[in-house]
Design a protein around this ligand. Structure first.
Ligand SMILES: NC(=O)c1ccc[n+]([C@@H]2O[C@H](COP(=O)([O-])OP(=O)(O)OC[C@H]3O[C@@H](n4cnc5c(N)ncnc54)[C@H](O)[C@@H]3O)[C@@H](O)[C@H]2O)c1
Ligand SMILES: N[C@H](CO)Cc1c[nH]c[nH+]1
Ligand SMILES: [Zn+2]
Length: 414
């Protein structure tokens, strides 16, 4: 399809998607708010087939998971953790002193982290959320995850990061627990982390009661390719996002109809051989788009989709990247595939989906800080600006404000 045809379809789909899970998620939020731990256990039975006697994971169990890791896995986690720490430390906001003003940053106190666990384990999401929080200086981290097996790599990674508060609960009910608090799970100040459509919608609905990082829902990739791209590699990039979720979305943009046909043939040839072919097929059936048009129209489409990931495998990558305004993260060239960002590049893989990169950004250390201005005016500055303030206070009819300003006027503080 061309750019215009795609945009018409995209708009219709976007409107219907946003309500798909609404009733289910609202019911879950209400139930957890009222019945707390009991509701969490009932939902774990219903959605995860787990009979839970307790929800909190003992630290010994986290340690046991860590102790059973092969040395190579421990070393890989350490390597990635160090890269994330270095990156987040480099981009952390510092207090600014501007004479009569200061702008200061403070770490959040209590953060809730969602680590997915429905159809795969996500130790990488532990690193991509917890490490930035630790670099920010967050004092309490509470992790919820639908991860139930003994000796699993998610628990091991949590232990490696020093997280002690871990609860085996997932889905919208886990978000409700962190937002409202239950007997076991405390209410937090902000919830971060990725998850499926239920998790993403629940976060959206509890915003205001607690802070959230963004809508980090089912994965997406947009690949912009030309003849210089290695099509076999591009096929793996398409499958790598589609295998996350039947709701994952993949977009291929190109200026060449022939190239798109070649790619689609390769996708069909290789689909059946994929380990997660069932999920990939569902994702590709409903959420895979090939768009052929001229450069300007493709860039306009890209900025409308504002995809979670953009991968540019094109000889003019620099020019295309310069025109991208909205994306979760952009990957340039053959050696920056999206999958390296999922695990090891450095910036967090927790990124906005479903067009929300038009107004939000990927998770980073600064999302775990709050900030405020400190105002310390000198008398000279005060006397210079008080007249303007009085004038507007009078126009607003707020007399007590006017008096608070006027009483200090012309009275040297000696
Ligand atoms: N945007 C990002 O930054 C990012 C990063 C990593 C992963 N992801 C996404 O995270 C998601 C992981 O999904 P997942 O499903 O494997 O794990 P998940 O932990 O997000 O969801 C599993 C939970 O969903 C709930 N659930 C399942 N079916 C339900 C139903 N019918 N009704 C109510 N609740 C139900 C269950 O409680 C289950 O515990 C994928 O969509 C993946 O693409 C996104
Ligand atoms: N691609 C996901 C973000 O959409 C992140 C991830 C974790 N593990 C593998 N991939
Ligand atoms: Zn991925």
């Amino acid at each position: 399809m061309n750019a215009q045809e795609f945009l018409t379809l995209f708009q219709k789909k976007e409107v219907s998607q946003s309500f798909d899970y609404y009733d289910d998620v609202v019911a879950i939020l209400k139930e957890v708010r009222e019945n707390k731990d009991e509701a969490l256990k009932t939902y774990s039975q219903q959605f995860d087939q787990q009979t839970l006697t307790s929800l909190k994971v003992p630290v010994e169990k986290l340690k046991a998971s860590y102790d059973t890791l092969e040395p190579q896995v421990k070393a890989s986690l350490e390597t990635i953790k160090a890269r994330i720490e270095a990156y987040e430390t480099a981009i952390k906001y510092q207090d600014k002193s501007l004479g009569e003003f200061r702008y200061v940053y403070r770490p959040l106190e209590k953060v809730g982290v969602y680590v997915p666990g429905g159809t795969a384990l996500y130790p990488s999401s532990v690193l991509m959320t917890v490490v930035p929080a630790l670099v920010a200086g967050v004092s309490e981290i509470h992790v919820v995850t639908p991860t139930f097996s003994d000796n699993n790599i998610t628990f091991a990674t949590l232990y490696l990061c020093g997280v002690e508060n871990v609860y085996t609960v997932g889905g919208a009910q886990a978000i409700a627990a962190l937002a409202y608090g239950t007997e076991t799970v405390p209410k937090v100040d902000k919830i971060v982390g990725p998850g499926n459509a239920y998790v993403a919608l629940a976060k959206r609905l509890v915003f205001g009661q607690v802070g959230i990082d963004m809508i980090a829902g089912p994965s997406e990739i947009l690949l912009y390719i030309d003849e210089t791209a290695d099509l076999d590699a591009v096929v793996t990039d398409v499958f790598a996002q589609a295998e996350h979720d039947a709701n994952a979305r993949t977009f291929v943009l190109t200026e060449s109809e022939h190239l798109l046909q070649q790619l689609e043939e390769k996708i069909q040839d290789q689909l059946a051989k994929q380990v997660r072919a069932d999920i990939i097929s569902l994702s590709l059936k409903n959420n895979h788009y090939g768009i052929v048009d001229k450069r300007d129209n493709l860039i306009a489409v890209l900025n409308q989709i504002a995809p979670e990931h953009v991968s540019i495998q094109h000889q003019d990558s620099a020019a295309i990247i310069a025109a991208i305004n909205y994306a979760g993260a952009v990957f340039e060239g053959h050696y920056s595939p999206e999958a390296i960002g999922d695990y090891a590049a450095g910036p967090s893989h927790v990124l906005p989906t479903n067009r929300t990169a038009r107004f939000s950004h990927g998770l980073n250390v600064n999302d775990f800080l709050t900030s405020h201005a400190v105002i310390s005016l000198t008398e000279t500055t005060y006397q210079t600006i008080v007249g303007a303030a009085e004038t507007i206070a009078a126009k607003e009819g707020l007399d007590a404000h006017y008096q608070s300003l006027a009483i200090r006027k012309g009275k040297p503080n000696d």
